[in-house]
Design a protein around this ligand. Structure first.
Ligand SMILES: Nc1ncnc2c1ncn2[C@@H]1O[C@H](COP(=O)(O)OP(=O)(O)O)[C@@H](O)[C@H]1O
Ligand SMILES: [Mg+2]
Length: 225
């Protein structure tokens, strides 16, 4: 599904990612695990086109993402929940969820259908829809950021350290939502970064270990059909 081929990213002359080569497969939940500073966020930002590649290529199925500006990548069906998960404070949660679809020019009925689907995957959002984006707890903000990524991420969602700081009850609900993504979109791919691998429990099908900008190992936990 997503092929990352020899990707190097330099920031201020320093190679933050070095020769990354991996594939994220359709229907899988992939964990990207590494210490702080290993390059996890940089990898997600590079996939989203928020940082230029110094070398290499990234393809989603047959589409060369590198030739597309960042804003086009969401249109390819990739959703992203950054670590800081900013919600627009002057908008309601529902407006925050609808916004990326509206920016992509989707019709009202298509956005309604996406919202309905998202609420099935993340049911906790239903009671938050009318709240202001500024009135969420940290955990609620993470749920809302997951929902927002799912609104456009029909093929793939990239979630940056979603389990960090989540209380155990919320972490379980979050993990259940990720499992539900697969029930409703069996060919989609979910990528989760994490510095503390134990927080992911048995969730990942595959775990990619990043160390100082390089892939150290890649382990398949569950066979993917
Ligand atoms: N905007 C930036 N300017 C300078 N250095 C950066 C910038 N963004 C990331 N880095 C450096 O790149 C490395 C990887 O960062 P990052 O991708 O955020 O790691 P992680 O998400 O795994 O904690 C770190 O050494 C960090 O200091
Ligand atoms: Mg990070």
């Amino acid at each position: 599904m997503l092929k990352i081929d020899s990707v190097t990213v330099k920031i201020a002359g320093i190679a933050v990612l070095r020769g990354i080569r991996t594939e994220f497969k359709a229907g899988s939940l992939v964990a990207v695990v590494g210490r702080n500073g290993a390059g996890k966020t940089t990898l997600l930002r590079a996939i989203m086109g928020l940082l230029p590649l110094t070398e290499g290529a990234i393809r989603l199925n047959d589409v060369n993402l590198v030739s597309q500006p960042g804003y086009r990548r969401a249109r390819e069906g990739i959703g992203y929940a950054p670590e800081d998960r900013v919600m627009f404070p002057t908008l309601s949660v529902e407006e925050n969820l609808r916004l990326p679809c509206q920016i992509l020019g989707m019709s009202r009925s298509d956005v309604d259908a996406r919202l309905e689907q998202t609420l099935v995957v993340v049911p906790q959002l239903a009671e938050l829809l009318c709240r202001s984006g500024s009135a969420l707890s940290g955990g609620q903000g993470k749920m809302a950021a997951l929902g927002r990524a799912l609104m456009v991420g029909t093929k793939m969602v990239l979630l940056d350290e979603p389990f960090q700081g989540l209380a155990p009850v919320l972490a379980n609900q979050y993990a259940e939502s990720l499992r539900r993504v697969r029930d409703f979109a069996p060919n989609s791919c979910v990528v989760v970064t994490e510095s503390n691998r134990s927080l992911l429990k048995d969730l990942p099908d595959e775990t990619v270990i990043l160390e100082r900008g390089e892939i150290q190992s890649s382990e398949v936990e569950h066979a993917i059909a």
